[in-house]
Ligand binder design. Structure first.
Ligand code: PRP
Ligand code: URA
Length: 207
């Protein structure tokens, strides 16, 4: 699938399986999700552009590198919060915005309840974070809002993706890079990913 990277790293796949396991309790679930988020970030940031800068070592001046653009992380509440700390471990200098979205259980349409983004998004690299890409409604709503606010360089990190969700995002954003640990089989008739891992927010927060 074009512009979709499935991260097959053994540690990612090992952790994903433990996250899928219905016996994994919230404390372990939180820890695993943050660990896997950090591992996925390694791959998701690989194409970030560097600029050359000069740096003086204790011995002499040399050429080094610096990220060209500032990085903004945008977790989709609630479940995206479960990946934030892990990603911040790798990118502690990132700025962070929050988008609160809740799916209506009947229509599966996503509704905003929180919008809080840093200013001046235009020249930043934005990583939208949501562990679950199911119908794609939440991701598209978040991406649309980010674009409205001036975001240009966007990528999506989603732990588990359904083919339906990828197709929905693709329809609106054909070239958006998507990073995931798994493309699962399908959605069930109430919009859950199969085999999936259940309700990510509920498993994270024990609700
Ligand atoms: C879940 C999940 C995603 C969304 C994915 O959130 O965390 O944000 O569903 O589904 P979609 O692709 O069909 O939009 P939910 O709305 O359940 O909120 P929560 O994270 O607060 O549990
Ligand atoms: N949201 C979740 O948390 N899990 C799913 O399977 C689908 C949407």
């Amino acid at each position: 699938m074009k512009h979709v990277t499935v991260i097959g790293h053994p540690l990612v796949q090992h952790n994903l399986t433990r996250l899928r396991d219905a016996r994994t309790q919230p404390q372990e679930f939180r820890q695993l999700l943050n660990e896997i988020a950090a591992l996925m970030t390694y791959e998701a940031t690989r194409s970030f552009v560097l600029k050359k800068i000069s740096v003086r070592t204790p011995l002499e001046k040399t050429v080094g590198a610096q990220l060209r653009n500032e990085i903004v992380l945008v977790p989709v509440l609630r479940a995206g919060l479960g990946m934030l700390a892990g990603i911040l471990e790798l990118i502690p200098h990132a700025r962070v915005g929050f988008l609160g979205l809740k799916r209506d259980e009947t229509t599966l349409a996503a509704h905003f309840y929180q919008k809080s983004l840093p200013k001046k998004l235009g020249n930043t690299e934005i990583i939208l974070i949501d562990p679950m890409l199911a119908t794609g409604g939440s991701a598209v709503a978040a991406l649309d809002y980010l674009r409205e606010q001036g975001a240009k360089n966007l990528r999506l990190v989603s732990l588990v993706a359904a083919p339906e969700g990828i197709a929905r995002v693709r329809k609106s954003y054909p070239k958006l890079p998507i990073f995931t640990a798994a493309i699962d089989r399908q959605l069930n008739n109430v919009g859950y990913i199969l085999p999936g891992l259940g309700d990510a927010g509920d498993r994270l927060f024990g609700t």
